[in-house]
Design a protein around this ligand. Structure first.
Ligand SMILES: Nc1ncnc2c1ncn2[C@@H]1O[C@H](COP(=O)(O)OP(=O)(O)OP(=O)(O)O)[C@@H](O)[C@H]1O
Length: 231
């Protein structure tokens, strides 16, 4: 009988902690993500969701523990060089040049990636086809977000790191976001999302980061606690 080893997770966080300005933001995080997997980060404002994504993107390093990609520590320079080519980062800063057309704002990234022909279909899928030749400065907030999502599709890298991707999207936009996440995962892509808003992602793992500054207990909290005895 041959015993097959379980496949190595594509991404593994092993006992990862992160400090910012001498303050502990993330503490002892252990999580693994396989191809086709999705991880949803939730938690209150300031709990460290963006910090988590930035660490995965390599913008900051863990203060303890390791982030492994294919079993290799991403902070090693040779590995990081290959790892960063796998990443597609979507943040609240949209990096849209208002003077460029909608199409140019997607195509420019696609060309840098050495790819061709994906931008217009992506823009159309995201419902911006009619605006493709317009200057990006006329876009609404939700349309700007759709443009960012079109970029994800045009660049087409395997690991998506999405910081609040549904902010400013209408219901149809959220459905499109859910659709492209699902299609990406079917191809073996990985999606890691920080969000406050509900996004339907099938079989996603959820990681709720604890509040960094828990609010003070109110009288109601105290009365709700079964072990609380009034003085
Ligand atoms: N550059 C920095 N230097 C020092 N502290 C920082 C820095 N960036 C973020 N922080 C702190 O790290 C903590 C976590 O911030 P982070 O942006 O990761 O939270 P978040 O969960 O994404 O919050 P939100 O839900 O508001 O987007 C916050 O207390 C914040 O003040």
């Amino acid at each position: 009988m041959s015993l097959r080893r379980p496949p190595l997770p594509r991404i593994l966080l092993s006992n990862v902690s992160c400090m910012r300005n001498a303050q502990q933001i993330l503490r002892h995080i252990n999580v693994s993500v396989h191809d086709g997997g999705a991880l949803v980060l939730t938690g209150s404002n300031g709990s460290g969701k963006t910090t988590f994504l930035r660490m995965l993107a390599g913008f900051s390093k863990p203060s303890a523990g390791q982030i492994l990609w294919n079993g290799h520590d991403i902070t090693q320079s040779g590995i990081f060089h290959q790892y960063k080519l796998q990443l597609n980062w979507l943040s609240l800063k949209d990096a849209i040049n208002d003077k460029f057309t909608v199409l140019d704002n997607v195509q420019w990234f696609e060309v840098l990636e050495g790819k061709y022909g994906r931008s217009l279909p992506a823009i159309e899928l995201m419902g911006l086809g009619r605006l493709a030749k317009d200057k990006s400065r006329i876009l609404s907030m939700g349309q700007r977000k759709r443009l960012q999502l079109a970029r994800l599709l045009a660049i087409d890298r395997p690991i998506w790191l999405l910081d609040e991707p549904s902010v400013a999207l209408d219901d149809e936009g959220v459905k499109l976001l859910e659709y492209i996440i699902s299609e990406h995962r079917k191809k073996g892509g990985i999606v890691i999302v920080a969000t406050h808003l509900p996004i339907e992602i099938e079989d996603a793992m959820f990681l709720r980061l604890p509040a960094r500054f828990p609010r003070k207990m109110t009288l109601t909290d105290m009365l709700d606690r079964s072990d609380f005895v009034a003085p």
